[in-house]
Design a protein around this ligand. Structure first.
Ligand code: S3P
Length: 435
């Protein structure tokens, strides 16, 4: 079997978390914002659509967007439900924004999103004075906002979505808020608010926002998504030779835990051309094939910095020597699928050794060929993580729903085919983000 040799330079699409926030903050700003390099994925289309339903002038997504903001109090009552599709970030962050408005907004989504827990945002928003009604513990959800009061909230799950919902509610409601979290979650909201003139401070484990009168328009180049680059970094690390360059990737330390973990496993990950772009660190990732990887353990405070990459880390672990253990990651159970169960179930189907833990998983690697059919449960990150294993010579893996990658990474399969020299994955159909 010929080894996989990688080479050249690839550009990964814009960061999903930053793209959502750029649209939301531009819609609330005073004046015209410019956003270049926004991610045109299904989740970001959900945010754009929901903002339009709230009266924001969000143009069709394209490489350079000009968005004239409605101002902090300029959104209007939607006459249709806000359809958040598959996107937890759209739902939770917009719920925070809507909590500051004196009207009712109904949030709906697909089957996966409708099952995801919303009490985690309902509780702090209610304690700020909004009314939130849920169906069970999820969607459909109705947020009726109005006059808010300040809040000091313990963010038990260290969720950036919960933290951002509270900060955005305080922003629109013109009140102060403090969010405390034991483990630091991604801080894109804080960075973007600061660069738009809002006083946001971080002290120890607490993030605080002061009441703001308005939000300044901004100009931003969205960095490449480190969560998307991670798939290609894994491919290069597992390849038989060569190296891949990925310029313009976001390197915010609250997002780069995966890279630290694979380095500990023996991967050769170098960073060059580091610079600051729109308040975020970016750089070029150069990942060189390292021959063989060894197991590692991850848990505790670093989990939020690699939460979306854990399915991929588990797939990489299936090819590393020894037993990799991931703990402290119970949040995986409430992502787009129960990622502990779905990752372990699929690894076992393929013939790998894997077991579930209540808050994580264990995977023992081998170089035996992996064979079988992966059931993604419509979870984009599963499709792509197993897509990397499928691209390795010797494995014979099919994926039930490759098109779901469009949720975060349109063009993933074409880029994978290009990078691997036109393998089987090239034939997977790509879906358009709005389909
Ligand atoms: C996100 C935060 C994370 C992450 C999600 C995007 C964000 O979720 O898993 O993909 O943009 O704030 P939690 O905040 O719930 O951990």
């Amino acid at each position: 079997m010929a080894p996989l040799i990688v080479g050249g330079e690839i550009r990964v699409p814009g960061d999903k978390s930053i793209s959502h926030r750029a649209l939301m903050l531009a819609a609330l700003a005073t004046g015209e914002s410019r956003v270049r390099g926004i991610l045109g994925s299904a989740d970001v289309h959900s945010t754009a659509g929901a903002l339009r339903a709230l009266g924001a002038a969000v143009p069709t997504l394209g490489n350079e967007l000009r968005i004239v903001g409605a101002g902090l109090h300029g959104l209007r009552a939607p006459d249709i439900p806000l359809d958040c599709g598959n996107s937890g970030t759209t739902t939770r962050l917009l719920a925070g924004i809507c909590a500051g408005y004196p009207f009712a907004s109904q949030f709906i989504g697909d089957a996966s999103l409708s099952r995801r827990p919303m009490r985690r945002i309902a509780q702090p928003l209610e304690s700020m004075g909004a009314e939130v009604s849920l169906t069970g513990s999820g969607l459909p959800m109705t947020v009726r906002g109005g006059t808010l009061r300040s809040v000091d909230w313990e963010n038990e799950k260290s969720s950036a979505q919960v933290k951002s919902a509270i900060l955005l509610a305080a922003l629109v409601g013109g009140v102060a808020a403090t969010v405390r979290e034991r483990e630091r979650s991604r801080d894109h909201t804080e960075r973007m608010l600061r660069s738009s003139g809002v006083a946001v401070t971080t002290q120890g484990d607490a993030v605080s926002i002061s009441p703001a009168e308005s939000l300044s328009a901004f100009d931003i180049d969205v960095p490449g998504d480190p969560s998307s680059a991670a798939f290609f970094a894994a491919l290069a690390a597992l390849a038989g030779g060569g190296s891949l360059r990925m310029p313009g990737v976001g390197l915010n330390p609250t997002r780069t835990g995966f890279y630290d973990a694979v380095r500990r496993m023996g991967a050769d990950v170098a960073i060059t051309d580091e610079q600051e772009q729109g308040g975020e660190p970016v750089g070029t990732l150069v990942v060189t094939a390292s021959g063989s990887l060894r197991a590692t353990t991850v848990g505790g405070a670093v989990i939020p910095t690699m939460i979306d990459e854990l399915p991929l880390l588990a797939c990489v672990a299936a090819r590393a020597e020894g037993t990799t253990e991931i703990t402290g990651a119970a949040e995986l159970r409430v992502k787009e699928s129960d990622r502990i169960a779905t990752v372990v179930g699929n690894l076992r189907t393929l013939g790998a050794e894997a077991e579930e833990l209540p808050d994580g998983l264990r995977v023992t690697g081998s170089d035996r060929p992996l064979r079988g059919h992966v059931i993604t449960h419509g979870d984009h990150r599963l499709a792509m993580a197993f897509g990397i294993l499928a691209a390795l010579p010797g494995n014979e893996i099919t994926i039930d729903d490759p098109e779901c990658a469009v949720v975060s990474f349109p063009g993933f399969w074409a880029l994978l085919a290009e990078t691997t020299g036109g393998s089987r994955e090239a034939r997977h159909r790509e879906r358009s983000p709005r389909a």
